[in-house]
Design a protein around this ligand. Structure first.
Ligand SMILES: [Zn+2]
Length: 429
């Protein structure tokens, strides 16, 4: 099978500029029934036509064709890590280890961002929701064809620092306004989490996002410790903040909830609630009523921290928007969004493959405020797609999607065809 794809690749590249046709076993689009045996007609990087073929059609590539993917949440500055940071628990110990790693890494983070974008593209990801700290300056020259929503991360519990942090967030938004459709970087704002952002700073950041029509993203309802801190002003986060010399009981008087944050976030054009692991039924109903709020489920990171099952089913049943992200290599072995989709397809077999694909493409692009058309395969659109190959051929689509051997083998963007190095290695075998 790899030999077939290799020979197709040579053939495809030799015909550049002419009308080219390729046939695939499966074509998957978000929220559409999967199509078996399909012919794609392309010229100058655009899709001219998509035709159905009979079951007996010949020269059909044994691949699954999907649109390019969207990673709604990551932190690219950790992309040079070869494995997640330990210990995963308690969560505060993990954060301390992350802080130490970040301090020791210094200027190397710019290179990590570059590696993270390259890894994303190899895995068919062309739009990324990236939480940006000081590595921001490096993004300009290296997006490499990825659309990046760069959420400027804000951490600040001291009241006296609020004006300075707000000014910095405003400057970053001005740097990447995203007004032009050619802009590969669009600025956004990310108040880090309820336990690291002063309530007044949070309110001002939401106001800033609203006034600039910017997208906002916040880690929310990630741990039970976070809920305890908000409800009772107690728990593990108190010791954690004391250890950093940032504890002030007046900032966490108790009597607050996740809902308080959601009620402010909904004012932004688009808001991403990252994780939502411990959303209450009330929170779920609330986000379901607000289509501009998406919950970002990071499946393998969720598993890394050993949380109970994510409320994705309840969110979907309520009509809420859920999209997928990897989070960073500090809590995930790689940045493959396809592997996140496989993980959900395996563990939540009741969620349909076309619905899952929407969470990893069009819904995620829309949640980031990006155009969705780059993440659909249809006539008239630029050809942007990922070819998945597998040694396994069960004939059953879900079995094929879930099989670990089914992985991105090639990415086609316009007239550019790239084959990811690890799979290229396989192709030589
Ligand atoms: Zn994160």
């Amino acid at each position: 099978m790899n030999r077939i794809l290799r020979s197709w690749k040579d053939d495809w590249q030799s015909q550049i500029g002419r009308e080219r046709i390729f046939r695939v076993r499966w074509l998957l689009n978000p929220d559409q029934p999967p199509l078996e045996n399909v012919e794609i007609v392309e010229q100058y990087g655009r899709i001219a036509e998509i035709r159905r073929l009979s079951a007996s059609a010949r020269d059909v590539l044994p691949v699954i064709l999907i649109p390019t993917l969207v990673n709604a949440h990551t932190h690219l500055e950790f992309s040079s890590l070869s494995e997640p940071i330990h210990p995963a628990l308690p969560f505060q110990e993990w954060i301390n280890a992350v802080i130490r790693w970040r301090r020791d890494c210094g200027t190397m983070r710019g290179e990590a961002v570059r590696r993270g974008l390259a890894e994303s593209l190899e895995n068919g990801v062309t739009s990324v929701g990236e939480i940006t700290t000081s590595a921001h300056v490096c993004l300009d020259h290296i997006t490499q064809g990825c659309s990046v929503v760069s959420f400027h991360e804000v951490i600040g519990l001291q009241q006296e620092r609020i004006p300075e942090l707000l000014a910095l967030a405003a400057t970053n938004l001005s740097e990447y306004p995203g007004f032009s459709s050619d802009d590969s970087i669009v600025g956004g704002i990310s108040p880090h989490a309820p336990y690291t952002v002063h309530p007044e700073l949070f309110a001002s950041l939401v106001e800033l996002a609203v006034s600039r029509n910017a997208v906002i993203a916040m880690h929310l309802a990630e741990t039970t410790d976070e809920l305890e801190l908000l409800h009772d002003g107690k728990g593990r986060f108190v010791d954690f903040l004391k250890g950093l010399n940032l504890w002030n009981s007046a900032t966490f008087p108790g009597g607050r909830s996740i809902r308080d944050f959601l009620e402010q976030l909904v004012h932004a054009r688009r808001a991403l609630a990252i994780h939502g692991n411990y959303f209450s039924q009330d929170d779920i109903q609330f986000v379901a009523r607000h289509a501009n709020v998406a919950t970002v489920f990071c499946p393998r990171t969720h598993a890394f921290f050993g949380h109970p099952p994510h409320p994705i089913r309840q969110l979907l049943a309520a009509g809420a928007r859920v999209v997928l992200g990897t989070d960073s290599r500090a809590s995930n072995p790689d940045l493959s969004l396809w592997k996140e989709l496989q993980f959900v397809a395996t563990n939540f077999p009741d969620i349909s493959i076309p619905r899952l694909l929407a969470m990893a493409t069009t819904d995620a692009a829309d949640a980031l405020g990006l155009p969705i058309k780059s993440h659909q395969i249809c006539a008239g659109a630029e050809l942007q797609c990922v070819m998945l190959t597998s040694e396994h051929d069960s004939g059953d689509l879900r079995g094929l999607v879930c099989h670990p051997a089914t992985q991105p083998a090639a990415v086609l963007i316009g007239e550019r065809l790239s084959v990811s190095p690890p799979i290229d290695e396989n192709l030589r075998g």
